[in-house]
Write a protein of this length. Structure first.
Length: 96
């Protein structure tokens, strides 16, 4: 393994770790979502009457493992594998 191949592997590893950190920071959901359900705040009167809190739908993108994170990770792996193959030395080619 030469120095260019090591750089490709290191870059790919850093990108993959970064992608999964972003995925975990956005909630670690399996499927991507375009909105979330949020409970509205209840007043003291609502609490004393025993009413349940209302749910409100808010448009907000939540990054999911499927399809976004998996596709981005797959592209990084595919490109890095191609570059790893391209950057091999002639010595490796002559052995085969």
């Amino acid at each position: 393994m030469n120095s260019k191949q090591k750089i490709v592997l290191l870059t790919a590893a850093v990108l993959l770790i970064g992608i999964f950190i972003v995925w975990q920071a956005s909630g670690g959901e399996v499927l991507s979502k375009d909105g979330i359900w949020v409970k509205k705040e209840m007043t003291e009167l609502d609490k004393s009457l025993g009413l349940e809190p209302e749910l409100e739908f808010q448009k907000k993108f939540v990054l999911g493992l499927l399809p976004h994170t998996a596709v981005i990770s797959g592209v990084v792996v595919f490109i890095s594998a191609g570059l790893f193959f391209v950057f091999r030395t002639k010595k490796d080619k002559e052995k085969k």
